[in-house]
Design a protein around this ligand. Structure first.
Ligand code: ATP
Ligand code: FE2
Length: 334
């Protein structure tokens, strides 16, 4: 372990507030995180931001203590500058400004979506993948082309995780619903889609999930087994993502697929990606689950890469960018 050069990462784009670290060589260390989970209803941005402000102090203290570090070991602060919910992003940016000013060390605002890709590359040791980024707010198929991560295809309405969460919520399951849908899908033993057909929307390289959400919600309301709908929902929605990912591999000629985002924790999605890749002589990679969901470590890792490329964020440029796109950010590292 090196004593200095540590980069602290702050993640706060939505429901999760998280601090993570990489050391001076860019090696990641697990995050300390807290996720708001309302008993009912969705995530209220202002309430999530209050949760972030309240938990920040304790999480940072716990992380530094766990690694035997003090604030003086930190050499830079990285934070999620966007995309995300504005009040939540502001909580993270404020923490970054405060720490950077108090410790007189640089800060670096990074692109949350790119951070999902870079932690995956580091963890899986893949070089030039097509990324299937499947999270709550985002569903994109991305790859590196001409100095940027380009979005080759994406959802035209809601993110796949958002769809799973909303479906679960309409059946009385609080956020996050995705893991519960996965458990219930495993309880369904049939393997025929005949009687459980749901809308399947792929338009060229793009996807859409609001139609399947409505149909699945209706099916459970009309008395179809919840387990059966969970299973069918996963089969349809994941197959659509895998289809677009496969087309991206075919068009780009690339041979590595990387999964990222919270929905990439799902074992069935991982399995479907592995089957598709095996059939076309490609390889599918998925990072450990703690690095699929939102985490401060991925922000620290991308911050470390950007700092290595000479980029820092001044106080005047540190405003949050809630609508930041994956392909807004130039790649200045290898
Ligand atoms: P982003 O800002 O990148 O869109 P996010 O705010 O949605 O991210 P993540 O932590 O990346 O946050 O993803 C959370 C989502 O992942 C939730 O919708 C949750 O239901 C879903 N999820 C987590 N585990 C699973 C699982 N095992 N199966 C399906 N979905 C899952
Ligand atoms: Fe995320």
């Amino acid at each position: 372990m090196v004593d200095d050069g540590w980069v602290l990462g702050i993640e706060s784009t939505a429901h999760t507030f998280s601090f993570g670290l990489v050391d001076g060589e860019g090696k990641p260390y697990p995050s300390e995180s807290s996720t708001i989970s309302p008993a009912e209803g969705g995530i209220h941005p202002r309430k999530a931001a209050e949760h972030h402000a309240e938990t920040a102090g304790e999480l940072l203290a716990r992380l530094l203590q766990r690694e035997g570090l003090g604030k003086s070991n930190l050499s830079a602060i990285a934070f999620s500058q966007g995309p995300g919910l504005a009040p939540c992003l502001r909580a993270g940016a404020s923490a970054a400004r405060t720490l950077s000013t108090a410790l007189a060390i640089p800060m670096i605002g990074v692109n949350h979506c790119v951070a999902h890709i870079e932690i995956g590359r580091e963890q899986c040791g893949c070089d030039d993948p097509v990324l299937l980024y499947a999270s709550g707010g985002n569903t994109q198929v991305i790859t590196r082309l001409a100095g940027k991560y380009r979005v080759l295809g994406e959802t035209l309405d809601i993110g796949i995780g958002n769809m799973l969460d909303k479906f679960a919520r309409s059946n009385g399951i609080p956020f996050p619903g995705g893991p519960k849908v996965e458990q219930h899908a495993l309880l369904w033993n049939e393997d025929s889609l005949d009687e459980l057909s749901l809308p399947y929307v792929v338009q060229g390289m793009d996807l859409a999930f609001s139609g399947i959400l409505t149909a699945a919600t209706k099916a459970t309301r009309n008395g179809t087994s919840f387990d059966a709908v969970c299973w069918s929902l996963q089969e349809h929605a994941f197959a659509a993502c895998v289809e677009v990912a496969e087309r991206a591999l075919a068009h780009s000629g690339k041979t590595e697929l990387l999964l990222g985002g919270g929905v990439a924790c799902n074992e069935r999605l991982r399995e479907m990606c592995e089957i598709m890749c095996a059939e076309r002589g490609a390889k599918s990679y998925a990072p450990p689950k703690m690095y699929c969901v939102d985490n401060g470590t991925m922000i620290a890792r991308l911050g470390w890469l950007e700092l290595g490329g000479g980029r820092v964020t001044s106080l005047v440029d540190s405003a949050i960018i809630p609508t930041l796109r994956t392909d807004d950010s130039e790649i200045i590292w290898a």
